[in-house]
Design a protein around this ligand. Sequence first.
Ligand SMILES: C[S@@+](CC[C@H](N)C(=O)[O-])C[C@H]1O[C@@H](n2cnc3c(N)ncnc32)[C@H](O)[C@@H]1O
Length: 342
Amino acid sequence: MTKYPSGEIEPNANILARNYQTSQNVRARFMLYDFADEPMDMEAIVIDGLGLKSNETVVDVGTADGNFLKRLEIEYGHTGLLLGVEPNYTQANKQEPAWDPMSTGELAKSLSMNRNRSKIENIGASMLQDIIKTFDENEPYKFNIVAATADAIPLKSNIAGAVTGFSVLYHLKKDDRPVAFNEFKRLGDRFAGSTSGETNKANHRLIEQEIGEYLSQIGIETTVPAPMNTGFTTEKAKLELPQYYTNVYMVEQNCKMLINTAFRAERYLNSLMSMWNQFDPVPPEEAYREILLSRVYPMINRVMLNNPDRSFIDHISRSAFICSDEPINPGNGFERVYADAA
Ligand SMILES: C[S@@+](CC[C@H](N)C(=O)[O-])C[C@H]1O[C@@H](n2cnc3c(N)ncnc32)[C@H](O)[C@@H]1O
């Protein structure tokens, strides 16, 4: 029987790591937000709201391929130190995975050592030198990636003007989140990032379930991926962030994702393809692809043709937040979230 996880699902590092060996999957999913009928550039809004000084150090947690840091460097001419924290750092520089949850390799050992937080202070710079991966000379960007997880960041205290984490907090186990927030606070005063709401891409999820059905019909039984964001949705962020910071500001995007051209339909299909290795066990790639082409693509086209506005529509529900214990004034539509308001 195909299984459909429900409720709040604790992230499974092994299953997640399959998705983040290259940045292809993240990018395939995130480009769909370009098809919003009311677009919102979450990263730009956060940069504006933070009012970053050009020379401040920024630590971006769960940086994947460093897209946010690249933007800071190229679009904003940021001159301060740019550091990404990323367990699956192959996404940025295509080296062998540094963090294999199944292995007891050297880095994995040093990471578990870092879980003893009192040691982090002492390790400081020498540890940093060992594990910071710099890009080769051909690489145009200057930022560095630290191979680590959010709950044990081997960087010196007070190093950051701001710590950021876009679409990453939901990948942390519930018990690791308070530890991670302690880390963010240890590094710097301000923390900003984004997450998504309970109804984000609801149709994408329904289709993933249908794919599970189709796989079952051809004798392939799997567990359909749990929605990635259940641990830290917008709704939960409103409750949780004020537990860590005195001042919490959020802005939300709730709008339609319009799939109304062949190009967009193909991108939507690509995004569904990006979830292939999140089914467990992973179904044969050919069978999955075949279902996308023979079942899902025609369905999306039928909806596009039959809808008076010639669109297949999904829902976008996302949010960005800026937090600090110091007074802040992010503007840009950010509204204050109070501890008892969610
Ligand atoms: C959805 S992607 C977001 C990437 C990037 N922040 C962006 O917005 O484009 C989530 C990233 O978090 C990373 N990640 C997963 N678990 C993590 C953890 N415990 N600590 C830090 N990063 C983690 C994943 O490897 C992945 O690169």
